[in-house]
Design a protein around this ligand. Structure first.
Ligand code: DHB
Ligand code: MG
Length: 221
């Protein structure tokens, strides 16, 4: 089925996703530096994230897990000139690649890349840091439960939180899979269930060029 999913994603992209040379360049840089672009969001998913930001007229965006900043560029594109995006990446080599891609994209809103563990950086943010309007959690899956709680600390009523890769080709329901990433995702679902700080929450499976996966989305109460 993968070939068909990829072909349909290409069809969607060719019709609905405007060509963006900076995004193409970022994807090319990533591959030419020896990283797999599989970890990046698909273009139609990038557009979906952008639309969530536009819908809510968000000005402050937080991203956990920059990887090579492909999704970062999508997120930043949705922000107004006076917008602000903080993206956090723990791995030095990825952060270097990310900063290069952010610089070459010449983005208008302020985009700040901090290098370190997302949990440490969020715990050490200035106490006066205003809440974020939109949060994209896409870092190590084992730490998602911790990232969810920290994200809630930096949220306001109405903040939208999207958690990437919560399905992992169905591994989350495979009782024989006890990888830390999968256990982390199961704990995340448990935390999202009836969370007192959330107004509503769901998860959607996705199939496409990136295989079978999905994302969860929550609105803060
Ligand atoms: C992986 C991580 C991601 O964030 C993603 O979007 C796809 C794959 C991974 O670790 O395999
Ligand atoms: Mg991801």
């Amino acid at each position: 089925m993968q070939e068909l999913w990829t072909a349909v994603d290409e069809y969607i992209e060719s019709h609905l996703i405007p060509h963006d040379s900076k995004l193409d360049q970022a994807a090319q840089n990533t591959v030419s530096h020896g990283f797999s672009n599989h970890l990046a969001v698909a273009p139609n998913q990038g557009m979906f994230l952008q639309m969530l930001i536009q819908m809510n007229r968000c000005k402050r965006v937080l991203e956990l897990g920059t990887f090579a900043a492909y999704s970062t560029i999508w997120l930043a594109r949705a922000l107004p000139e006076d917008g602000y995006l903080l993206t956090i990446e723990n791995r030095d080599t990825h952060a270097k690649m990310a900063q290069y891609n952010i610089d070459q994209a010449a983005l208008t809103p302020e985009v700040e890349l901090k290098v370190g563990r997302a949990a440490d950086i969020l715990n050490n943010l200035d106490a006066n840091t205003p809440a974020f309007d939109f949060i994209f959690i896409d870092a190590d899956k084992a730490s998602y439960p911790e990232y969810l709680e920290l994200s809630l600390k930096h949220s306001r009523s109405g903040t939208v939180i999207v958690l990437d890769n919560v399905i992992r080709a169905g591994d989350i329901i495979n009782p024989d899979n006890h990888k830390p990433s999968i256990e982390g995702l199961r704990q995340t679902f448990a935390a999202l269930k009836n969370h007192p700080k959330l107004l509503s929450c769901t998860a959607l499976q996705t199939i496409g060029s990136k295989g079978h996966d999905g994302f969860a989305i929550a609105i803060v109460k």
